[in-house]
Design a protein around this ligand. Structure first.
Ligand code: FRU
Length: 497
C-alpha cells in the first residue's frame, strides 16, 4: 500500500513536470536552490553521501502546500546542485508523523539489517510524532541505496514518554567505534548526547544547555568535527542547532562523551544572521579529510506557511562548506558555497575602481546571479541594491561607523501575505573590515532568495524577498562620502533544474 502510494505521488510529480510547461517558470521559483516540484517542504533531513550520491531527504507534506502530514521527501544528486526527485521515502502512518532526523550508512552492519554480506544498509533515525502526546526516536532501513525503506519492527528505539523530544542527528564516532546521537529537549533547551553500538539500544552520556540564545524552543541539533582554517591537521567540534526561529553554534571540544564550549556561553554566534535560515544540518558519509557540508531551510516559522509561492513552498540553501577560524580570541564558523556552484557561472562581467557618490546603476537586469564586490567602506553606508525597479529594491549594505553588515528588504516587493514578514525586514551583524580596509561580499540572488557571504564566509545572511519579475536592476550605492568599489564581478547563473 505504502509503495503504491509513493509511486502515485512520484508519478503525479513527474506529470506536473511533463504536462506543465510553466514548471520552473513560476513566479518566485528559485533556479539554483533546491525546491520540491510541488507541495510544502521544511527541514533538510538525513543528509548523507552514500555510494557516490548525495541524498537529501526533507520534511514534506505529500498532500498540500502548508505544513502537515509530515513525511520524508527525497532527492539525490551527484554534484549538490542538480537534483533528481525520487518517490516519497518515509510516509506518515495513521496517527504518527515522521519528523526530522538523520541517516547513516551502516558499513559494518552493526544493526544487523543486511540480508547478505555485501550489503551496506542505509539507516534513517527520525522522530515519530504523535500530536500532543509523544515524540520518540525510530529507525527505518534501506537495502537498495535509499530507493525503498522498511520501518524497523521493534520501534521505538528511544522513548522517554515525553511529549517533546526530537530531531536525532546520529554519526559514527570512529575513535570509540560507536554511534553518537544528539537530540533535543526543545522546551528545556537542552541537547542530549546518547551512544549506541547497534543503533537500537541507546545510552545517555551527557547534556548541554541552556546557553546562548534561549528565547525560543530548541530544535534540530548537530555535532561535527571541523578543520581549522590554514592549520592542516587541526580540528575543532561545532555544536549547532536551531533556537527558534534562528540558528546558533558553539565551538569547542568533544571527547566522545561530552561537548565543552570554548566560546562564551552567553554570547550568541549564528551560522546565518538573516531572517531565513533554519534547521541546517551536515552530511554524514563524506570522505574523511573533506570539510563538512551543511544545508539549511530557507524560511522562518513566523510566516513560513504564508509565503506567496505555488505550487511549492520553501527552498534549501546553497550547500555550504565549513571550517573554523579564531578571530580576536573567538572561534568563528567560516562558510563558503560549495565549489561546484561555480560551474553554473555564465556571462562574466568585471568592473574595477568605480567611485560611487550616491548611486551607480550597472547596465544589467537579472534575478539569477552571483555578484562579487570589494569596496572601501568610506561612506556612512555603502553596498549593493538588487531586485531594483523604480520603486523597489533589496539593500545589502555596510555601515562603516558601526561596522555592521545589514540586509534590508523593507522595499523589496510584496509583504502583505503575513504581518510578521513586514516586521522582520531588517537584519544586521558585526563585520570588521579586512586588513586591507575593504569589505568583500559574495552575493547570490535567485528569484526570491538572497544569500550573502561576507569576508570569505566569516558572516552569512540569507533572506527571502518577493519582487516583481521585471525588477532585476543592480545598483551600487554610497551615502555620505563616496565609496570606492575596487572590484565588481557579475555572473548570471544557469538554472540547475
Ligand atoms: C523544525 C521542526 C522540527 C521537527 C520538524 C517538524 O523546523 O519543528 O523540530 O522535527 O520541524 O516538521
Amino acid at each position: 500500500m505504502r509503495f503504491v502510494y509513493s509511486c502515485f505521488l512520484f508519478i503525479s510529480c513527474l506529470s506536473v513536470k511533463a504536462q506543465n510547461n510553466s514548471f520552473y517558470k513560476e513566479k518566485y521559483r528559485p533556479q539554483f536552490h533546491f525546491t520540491p516540484p510541488i507541495h510544502w517542504m521544511n527541514d533538510p533531513n538525513g543528509l548523507v553521501y552514500h555510494k557516490g550520491e548525495y541524498h537529501l531527504f526533507y520534511q514534506f507534506n505529500p498532500f498540500g502546500n502548508r505544513w502537515g502530514h509530515m513525511s520524508w521527501g527525497h532527492a539525490v544528486s551527484k554534484d549538490l546542485l542538480h537534483w533528481q526527485h525520487l518517490p516519497l521515502a518515509i510516509p506518515e502512518e495513521k496517527d504518527t508523523m515522521i519528523f526530522s532526523g538523520s541517516c547513516v550508512t551502516d558499513v559494518a552492519n552493526s544493526a544487523g539489517f543486511a540480508t547478505d554480506k555485501n550489503q551496506q544498509p542505509m539507516v534513517a533515525i527520525y522522530t515519530a510524532h504523535i500530536e500532543g502526546k509523544n515524540q520518540s526516536q525510530h529507525i527505518a532501513y534501506s537495502l537498495d541505496d535509499g530507493r525503498t525503506w522498511i520501518k524497523y519492527n521493534a520501534n521505538p528505539v528511544l522513548d522517554l514518554g515525553k511529549r517533546d523530544f526530537r530531531d536525532p542527528k546520529v554519526f559514527w564516532y570512529a575513535p570509540h567505534r560507536k554511534w553518537v546521537m544528539v537530540v533535543v529537549y526543545p522546551n528545556e533547551k537542552e541537547i542530549k548526547f546518547y551512544t549506541s553500538k547497534n543503533l537500537k539500544q541507546w545510552n545517555l552520556m551527557s547534556s548541554f544547555g541552556p546557553a546562548g540564545d534561549t528565547n525560543g524552543i530548541w530544535e534540530c541539533p548537530d555535532l561535527f568535527e571541523v578543520p581549522v582554517k590554514d592549520q592542516p591537521g587541526k580540528t575543532k567540534w561545532v555544536l549547532m542547532h536551531s533556537p527558534a526561529p534562528y540558528m546558533q553554534y558553539f565551538i569547542g571540544e568533544f571527547d566522545g562523551e561530552k561537548f565543552v564550549n570554548d566560546n562564551s556561553n552567553t554570547k550568541i554566534y549564528r551560522p546565518d544572521y538573516g531572517p531565513d535560515y533554519y534547521a541546517a544540518i551536515t552530511f554524514n558519509g563524506l570522505e574523511k579529510n573533506q570539510n563538512p557540508i551543511s544545508i539549511g531551510w530557507i524560511n522562518n516559522w513566523n510566516y513560513a506557511n504564508d509565503i506567496p509561492t505555488s505550487p511549492w513552498k520553501s527552498a534549501m540553501s546553497i550547500p555550504r562548506k565549513l571550517c573554523v577560524k579564531k578571530i580576536n580570541n573567538e572561534w568563528v564558523l567560516i562558510q563558503q558555497p560549495v565549489e561546484q556552484v561555480k560551474t553554473l557561472r555564465q556571462n562574466e562581467m568585471t568592473w574595477k575602481n568605480i567611485t560611487v557618490t550616491k548611486n551607480h546603476r550597472l547596465p544589467l537586469n537579472s534575478q539569477t546571479l552571483e555578484l562579487e564586490v570589494e569596496f572601501t567602506a568610506a561612506g556612512e553606508t555603502s553596498g549593493v541594491r538588487l531586485a531594483k525597479d523604480n520603486d523597489h529594491f533589496i539593500e545589502i549594505g555596510y555601515d562603516a561607523k558601526k561596522q555592521l553588515l545589514y540586509i534590508d528588504r523593507s522595499k523589496a516587493g510584496t509583504a502583505e501575505f503575513n504581518p510578521s514578514f513586514a516586521k522582520l525586514s531588517r537584519y544586521e551583524t558585526a563585520v570588521a573590515a579586512t586588513t586591507a580596509k575593504t569589505i568583500k561580499l559574495r552575493i547570490f540572488f535567485d528569484k526570491s532568495i538572497v544569500e550573502v557571504f561576507a569576508n570569505e564566509g566569516e558572516a552569512v545572511m540569507t533572506a527571502q524577498l518577493f519582487p516583481e519579475e521585471a525588477a532585476g536592476g543592480i545598483e551600487l550605492f554610497s551615502t555620505g562620502k563616496p565609496a570606492v568599489f575596487n572590484m565588481v564581478k557579475f555572473y548570471s547563473l544557469q538554472s540547475a533544474r
